[in-house]
Design a protein around this ligand. Structure first.
Ligand code: NAP
Length: 268
């Protein structure tokens, strides 16, 4: 066969560039906060395996780049986001606007515990503010900021990563196995996130959005000095399940397999 001349080679190259760019644009996209390690990182991995192009949120760019390298995939890139910093969220939004026109999935995963000693009567209000800043206000700001991208999706999904310890009903049941685990800050910050999820889902009820609060379960991560019995793989799968629900899936729910192993539906 006659070798292609330079002009034809350039034409062919241009064609492949357009095809691969369009292919990337056709892939479903997801943004996961706090994804440089632990549950968030595994969520990214599982979404890539399901064919998504994923923006891996990391408050530390170096850690995020390291995480992306580990994934060895063309379908992931890091995006610097500190959810407690409005400027960082806005900068991430600006950065994303140069890369995509829409977002199919937002997973508000970034979260902090706020230390082990959490007393309702003595813990400094500063710690309450820090935890709420990340666990509640971070998720609110992320949602409000990226809503314009999500609205351009045919099937937008938001998962707010909550905790089984957010259930106010179970905290009032002396027979509940975690009845005595009364973290004065962390639990209430996730109960508040659940309340926000209800309000958000209600406001978006007549749209194609699905918005849910999902507990990954008590899992061995840095979060709890690896004390949890669950695996990161199972924890991430619980989140991904609600990130990819179809149009018949639930919205405005609180799901925790730890609280209700049969159906996953947790009391509020
Ligand atoms: P983890 O190992 O401590 O990882 C938390 C992730 O969140 C890290 O990537 C961390 O980044 C990031 N993060 C913290 N503050 C941030 C901020 N201001 N901006 C952006 N990223 C921030 O925790 P995990 O166990 O994977 O927990 C993930 C989520 O599951 C959290 O929302 C947690 O509340 C929830 N959860 C966990 C358990 C459990 O047993 N592990 C149970 C129920 C719910 P750095 O690496 O920079 O610190």
């Amino acid at each position: 066969m006659k070798p292609l001349n330079v002009q034809h080679q350039l034409l062919l190259l241009g064609y492949f560039c357009v095809v691969s760019k369009n292919y990337k644009y056709k892939m479903k996209t997801a943004l996961v906060t706090g994804a440089n390690k632990s549950i968030g990182f595994e969520v990214v991995k599982q979404l890539i395996n399901k064919g998504y192009y994923v923006y891996l949120g990391s408050r530390d760019l170096k850690n995020g780049r390291e995480a992306v390298k580990q994934l060895q995939s063309d379908n992931v890139e890091v995006i610097q986001i500190d959810v407690s910093d409005k400027g960082s969220i806005e900068a991430a939004h600006e950065q994303l606007s140069h890369k995509t026109t829409s977002l199919d999935v937002l997973i508000n995963n970034a979260g902090i515990l706020g230390g082990m000693q959490q007393s309702a009567t003595t813990t400094d209000i500063k710690i309450f503010r820090e935890v709420f800043e990340t666990n509640l206000f971070g998720a609110v700001l992320m949602t409000q900021t990226f809503l314009d991208f999500l609205k351009k999706s045919d099937s937008p999904r938001i998962v707010n990563v909550t905790s089984g310890l957010a259930s106010l009903t179970l905290h009032n049941d002396p027979n509940w196995k975690y009845y005595k685990v009364k973290s004065a800050i962390y639990g209430p910050s996730k109960s508040a996130l659940n309340g926000y999820t209800i309000a958000l889902a209600y406001e978006l009820r007549d749209t194609n959005f699905k918005v849910n609060a999902v507990d990954p379960g008590y899992t061995a991560t840095d979060f709890n000095h690896r004390s949890g019995p669950g695996t990161i793989e199972d924890a991430a799968a619980r989140i991904v399940k609600y990130a990819i629900v179809d149009e018949n899936g639930p919205t405005g729910g609180f799901f925790s397999d730890d609280n209700n192993p049969e159906t996953g539906v947790s009391p509020w």
